[in-house]
Design a protein around this ligand. Structure first.
Ligand code: KIV
Ligand code: ZN
Length: 386
């Protein structure tokens, strides 16, 4: 099994979700939970972007001791200096500098030639290296860049001292085969690539961020970047909990493991949701309210006979305490209903049970969900009538 590092960017790219604004206390609380979750690196923020973010990154750097803390900087000296001021108290400080490499970004956004992009990147990696042992360089919009140009610039920034090379799918445009191929190409065409950690960073604009990240890992990436609950710019970042659990559940197929403490996932997800105000959709994989709920009679019957008929992950594995595994709605069957009555702890004869089931079915015509209280009321009515 090879070890995949988890780089969490909930507090940087995740905080770039429209409408999200975390204060220092909130960022610190999330950082402490990320440390308990066992991520390898916490991207705490972008210190040059605001005074508040500088203070928050500094507070995290001064507090978190067992996880590396990293901060974002543009390829300008003042950003790198500001990041160092914020991070110098960290146990394992690291810097993340980025510059775009795609034709569209270089021409219209940066107004730089490819040669200038190489020169600036090399100069700023060298500058960052004067203070930081760990320097991550990202080729923004890597997935829309020319592969040969990318190989050339990567080789040069590694020679300049970069220790991590990150190849983001910045606009979530890539597909798994294409994104995986970019990593394979770099492994085969950059002579010094094995000196560094190769990282992937995917956005979810086409809903492929998790699949793209796994494709990168299959093709040589040893670090995965993402955010809890998949939050981030536009459609968000790759969801870290989905990647970690997929690698674990399919360890028969994927020879990779992360250091994440999986049963801390739900707690982390709840905290991020509460503090960012971004609700998790009910059907979201791993952490959604319905991720472990079965509604149809056929599925409920199967789960009651053998849980693995319809459940590939146990709620306990990811720290879900009270999973509503048998959701009682209009598709539910007698077997699940009987189970619920037994759970409530009231004995019914076969005739009473049939009567109660009929009343329950009638109720589902009006109610989307039938609660334990509703069932208790039905039972009590039957007991009083008999
Ligand atoms: O998506 C992206 O390209 C980024 C960079 C800053 C790494 O977030
Ligand atoms: Zn990003």
């Amino acid at each position: 099994m090879s070890r995949i590092k988890i780089f969490d960017t909930t507090l940087r790219d995740g905080e770039q979700s429209p409408g999200v604004n975390l204060n220092q206390q909130e960022k610190l609380e999330i950082a402490k939970q990320l440390e308990r979750l066992g991520v390898d690196r916490i991207e705490a923020g972008f210190p040059a972007s605001s005074k508040g973010d500088f203070q928050a990154v500094k507070a995290i750097a001064d507090t978190i001791k067992s996880t590396s803390v990293i901060a974002l900087a543009r390829t300008v000296k003042s950003d790198i200096d500001t990041a160092w001021e914020a991070l110098k108290g960290a146990a394992k400080p690291a810097i993340h500098i980025f510059l775009a490499t795609s034709p569209i970004h270089m021409e219209y956004k940066l107004r730089k030639t490819p040669e200038e992009v190489i020169a600036t990147s090399v100069e700023m990696v060298r500058y960052a290296k004067e203070r930081f042992d760990e320097v991550q360089w990202s080729a923004e919009d890597a997935s829309r860049s020319d592969l040969n140009f990318l190989a050339e610039i990567i080789e040069k920034v590694i020679d300049a001292g970069a220790t991590v090379i990150n190849l983001p799918d910045t606009v979530g445009y890539s597909t798994p085969a294409e994104y995986g191929n970019m990593f394979k190409f770099m492994k085969e065409n950059v002579p010094n690539i094995d000196q560094v950690t190769l990282s992937c960073h995917c956005h979810d604009d086409l809903g492929m961020a998790v699949a793209n990240s796994i494709a990168a890992v299959e093709n040589g990436a040893t670090q995965v970047e993402g955010a809890i609950n998949g939050i981030g710019e536009r459609a968000g970042n790759a969801s870290l909990e989905e990647i970690a659990v997929a690698l674990k559940i399919r360890s028969d197929f994927y020879p990779y493991q992360t250091n994440l403490v999986l049963n801390e996932i739900k707690r982390t997800s709840d905290l991020v949701s509460k503090l960012t105000g971004m609700h998790v959709q009910a059907n979201k994989a791993i952490v959604g309210r319905n991720a472990f709920s079965h509604e149809s009679g056929i599925h409920q019957d199967g789960v009651l006979k053998h849980v693995e008929t319809y459940e590939i992950i146990t709620p306990e594995m990811v720290g879900v305490q009270e999973a509503n595994t048998l959701f009682l709605g209009k598709h539910s069957g007698r077997h699940a209903f009987k189970e619920k009555v037994q759970e409530i702890g009231i004995e019914l004869t076969e005739i009473e049970l049939q009567d109660a089931f009929t009343k329950f079915k009638a109720l589902t015509d009006h109610n989307k969900e039938v609660t334990d209280d509703d069932i208790y009321t039905i039972i009590m009515e039957i007991k009083t009538d008999s």
